[in-house]
Design a protein around this ligand. Structure first.
Ligand code: PLP
Length: 377
């Protein structure tokens, strides 16, 4: 059996090696490493895939979130609401820009923004909501967008984990995750569902004016060379990464199907178990399984992880510490009592190996050991 990894990027590369190698060599031969023509081509192709008017490529997903906030003309102290249970990047950029991060608890079943807590957090200083489509499934965007409309708030989607996911509104219309709010952000970090061979990211919007701001900010606030209209940053996608992403974008739907197939294998193996809680599927969103994350009802998650480790099965805890308890945010004075669900999730979640290359032999090995643990211990 092939060694089991959380993410198997070598095997994935091997299957498309000739195409990728040609793309990389083409950029080296052109020596057009920054802002080469293939970046524009990639932006156009990704816009077509997403069904959105504008895509702005940038250097990574964290920058995408920062640039989105920079484009909204916010003032120091303006409040930005985001979930307590997410990767640090989402809240980091809020603090970096001198805005006030307001953390909100999540739902126990789909791990995304809880509407009751979200509504309570909105006040006169609130300007932006950043929902995170965690692990590959959309937040309840219909409710979030309507709350935002009522209160005149911007919505920036953190779509780093859910690219390719489809959101279904109650009128039946279907749109891609990341195209639903004012601005969508994503990451092409290698392990993400659409990953490049280094760092990369992108911003999505249907708003022409915002698109103009975003593409200016990522390039030193410059539209005409050496004329700087605003304070920007240097956040560009390398041409080599764009060329790699053009190839991989063609496989994204197949990659999603492979992840969903592995998820179904896990589901079928675990659904009868009284101990394992499998990931919920919301009716309004497809799940693209950036992670397959289970929870244990009574047994000790850390013991399961150690048990699997001993059988050469990696498993990861996303995320072990709630954001409100991170040292970096102690000065904000959050209270543990306000985040009971996040506290519980950090104690109980475990993400199993999930990638495009898992075969049945590996999946069978993983599920049989997980079941051994929960049934025997
Ligand atoms: C990966 C990730 C980011 C940051 O993307 P980078 O490209 O690593 O900067 C932001 N938010 C979430 C939810 C992520 O998973």
């Amino acid at each position: 059996m092939k060694k089991i990894q959380m993410v198997d990027l070598q095997s994935q590369y091997h299957k498309i090696k000739p195409e990728i190698d040609i793309a990389i060599q083409r950029i080296i031969d052109s020596a057009s490493f920054v802002k080469g023509p293939e970046v524009k081509e990639f932006e156009k192709e990704l816009a077509r895939y997403m069904g959105i008017r504008h895509v702005t490529a940038c250097a990574n997903g964290t920058d995408a979130l920062q640039v989105a906030l920079m484009a909204l003309n916010l003032r120091p102290g303006d409040e930005v609401i985001t979930p307590d249970f997410t990767f640090i990047a989402t809240v980091e950029v809020i603090a970096l820009l001198g805005l006030k991060p307001v953390l909100v608890d999540v739902n126990p079943d789909d791990f995304t923004l809880n509407m009751v807590s979200l509504k309570k957090a909105v006040n006169a200083k609130t300007r932006v909501i950043i929902p995170v489509h965690l692990f590959g499934q959309c937040s309840n965007m219909e409710q979030i967008l309507s709350l935002a409309r009522e209160n005149d708030l911007y919505v920036i989607e953190d779509n780093a984990q859910a690219i390719g996911s489809d959101y279904r509104f109650s009128d039946g219309s279907i749109n891609k995750a990341g195209t639903l709010g004012d601005i969508g952000c994503t990451s092409f970090f290698p392990s993400k569902n659409l990953g490049c061979f280094g760092d990369g990211g992108a911003l999505f919007t249907n708003n022409d004016e915002l698109a103009d701001q975003l593409s200016t900010i990522v390039n030193h606030g410059m539209k005409v060379r050496y004329y700087h209209d605003m304070v920007g940053i240097n956040s560009r996608l390398d041409t080599i990464q764009a060329a790699i992403l053009r190839v991989k974008l063609g496989y994204l739907d197949d990659y999603i199907k492979a992840r969903q197939k592995a998820a179904l294998y896990y589901d079928n193996a675990f659904k009868e178990s009284e101990e394992i809680i499998i990931p919920v599927r919301n009716s309004f969103s497809t799940h693209v399984f950036h992670q397959y994350t289970i929870r244990l009802r009574n047994k000790n998650r850390d013991e399961l992880r150690a048990f699997l480790q001993a059988k050469d099965i990696p498993a990861m805890i996303y995320y072990p510490v709630p954001l409100h308890r991170q040292k970096a945010f102690q000065h904000l004075g959050f209270q543990d009592e306000d985040f009971p669900v996040t506290e519980e999730l950090c104690r109980t979640v475990l993400s199993l190996p999930m990638h495009t290359e898992l075969d049945d032999e590996q999946l069978d090995y993983i599920v049989s050991h997980v079941l051994d643990f929960v049934n025997a211990h």
